[in-house]
Write a protein that binds this ligand. Structure first.
Ligand code: COA
Length: 475
């Protein structure tokens, strides 16, 4: 009997193992059907030695100022060959804005245009158009953030581009998407205001505020970069390019998502996590400005630390996360608040947040922001020291990860920049200095477009690649 049982068990095990094999082979077939079967074998090269994520992608970069250049700089760090087209003699207007070293490209420009090549072309000159048409044929993506209609006025309509290169992706930043404001020119703060950020930033009693983070420009550049990479991925299947649009108003609103959430929650009653609720100030029809209230379900506020009287950044963001309420009470010397029904639960605390934060602040004011950070982190209380730009620039750990990088530049010398904040383990970014105006014009004509010397001379003599002479300008 025992033997029979055993053999039955063996039989079942065999059947089970057959089943696993069958399931596995089905999984492989499904993977193939889904389109992953074409992937090469995993590379045997060392990490970081198998090229970069976007190696082989060539970008025709028509961007200027901040939003577009942020996008193409990211793509360049990820390995794309970015060819920046600039107006002869002038270039990207930021080269000469907020100048700190006379005669050198500004930090505004250098910090947004690393790892790119620069060619000067007058896009409205017939010979300049000829060069551009050749570049369109061999590039994968055209990125631009001109004012609405400017690219069309250059003759570079979608139809024109697509006819020459049906695989080309044409990516644009505009201030607004289609609608009543689509023709408007837009800068950072206009987008912050139109995208819902300004109306929800600042203190209730004060005017709307713009933020220091460039969510309209750099934020939209980031959105555009994701759109471009997605369009490149889709092109692998479809073989054709497409238009990619990132409107600054949309990008800002996307980053203000939690405020549109709160707008809808207003229908269900007051927003209890806003300190306005604790202060018994009634809510109006729109999401109010919430000062330094936390945007999530865990109340937080900015508190003074030791030295605040003379140091404008001696502050810390303190979050009274519910699971560590006991630790907070012990640390600030209010152990009875752990069990006192008036303080013990998050709901009971909501109407008293102001008083609670005032009490916590009495404690934080006895310590430096870094001491508060150390003591709180030991017991898992989430806090954030208010770091000044000076402190960030000097922070060794940010230097170590390449998030803050020192770059050498031939005309301005050494300067600090923010490196690639996106770290890929197999596509390591090196930060290379920004190009001088037209630095790579000859290289691109010769090595990228492979134009014969005779043609290069003809194009150059036509004036399509150089600034008009003073007399011509005056005329
Ligand atoms: N050769 C010849 N002409 C060139 C050129 C080149 N290489 N590069 C640019 N130009 C021309 C354009 O064709 C345009 O001429 P047009 O108006 O006669 O057609 C002109 O330069 C100016 O371009 P424009 O984009 O209008 O610049 P601007 O300085 O007037 O406006 C912005 C700047 C940022 C307000 C505007 O570009 C814009 O709204 N962009 C979209 C939103 C955006 O990205 N804003 C954030 C900027 S950080």
């Amino acid at each position: 009997m025992a033997t029979r049982k055993k053999s039955k068990g063996k039989g079942r095990a065999k059947a089970a193992s057959r089943k696993v094999v069958k399931l596995k082979s089905k999984a492989v077939a499904a993977k193939k059907a889904n389109g992953n079967g074409h992937l090469p074998r995993p590379s045997s090269k060392g990490w970081g030695q198998a090229g970069k994520a976007l190696t082989g992608v060539r970008i025709l970069d028509f961007t200027h100022v901040q939003s577009g250049p942020t996008c193409t700089q990211l793509l360049a760090w990820l390995g794309a060959d970015v060819i920046k087209v600039e107006r002869p003699g002038v270039g990207d207007i930021t080269r000469g804005q907020l100048v700190d070293v006379k005669g050198a490209d500004s930090l505004y420009f250098t910090m947004l245009n690393h790892n790119k090549r620069s060619i000067t072309i007058d896009s409205k000159h017939p010979q300049g158009r000829r060069v551009l048409d050749e570049l369109i044929k061999i590039c994968d993506v055209l990125v631009e953030n001109f004012a609405p209609g400017a690219l069309d006025r250059m003759g570079l309509t979608w139809e024109h581009i697509h006819k020459r290169n049906p695989r080309m992706i044409v990516a644009s930043v505009k201030g607004f998407g289609p609608g009543p404001y689509e023709d408007c020119k837009v800068y950072e703060n206009v987008a912050q205001c139109a995208g819902g950020s300004a109306s929800t930033t600042g203190f209730r009693e004060g005017p709307p505020l713009v933020t220091g983070a460039q969510i309209g420009d750099s934020g939209t550049g980031l959105h555009l970069a994701l759109g471009i990479v997605s369009a490149l991925f889709q092109r692998n299947r479809t073989g054709r390019g497409q238009k990619v649009l990132a409107a600054m108003q949309d990008g800002v609103l996307n980053l203000c998502r939690v405020k549109l959430r709160d707008q809808q929650r207003l229908k269900a009653g007051p927003l209890t996590e806003y300190s306005q609720y604790g202060e018994s100030v009634p809510f109006g029809a729109s999401v109010p400005r919430a000062g330094n209230d936390s945007g999530g379900g865990q109340p937080g506020w900015i508190l003074k630390c030791k030295g605040w009287e003379s140091d404008p950044d001696a502050y810390i963001y303190f979050i009274t996360q519910a699971p560590v309420w006991g630790e907070i009470c012990d640390l600030i010397g209010e152990p009875t608040w752990k069990t006192d029904a008036e303080y013990a639960t998050p709901r009971a605390r909501l109407p008293k947040l102001k008083k609670i934060f005032e009490r916590i602040e009495q404690w934080t004011m006895t310590k430096s922001k870094f001491e508060v950070m150390e003591l709180c982190n030991k017991v898992d209380i989430p806090v954030g020291p208010i770091l000044s730009m000076k402190e960030i620039a000097e922070e060794p750990s940010l230097r170590k990860t390449g998030t803050v990088v020192e770059v050498d530049h031939p005309t301005r010398g050494k300067y600090l920049t923010v490196g690639n904040p996106i770290k890929l383990s197999d596509s390591i970014s090196e930060v290379k200095r920004s190009p001088l105006l037209g630095e790579h014009t000859d290289e691109i004509l010769k090595d990228v477009l492979k134009l014969p010397a005779k043609d290069i001379a003809e194009i150059k003599n036509s004036g399509a690649l150089s600034a008009p002479k003073k007399e011509e300008k005056a005329a």
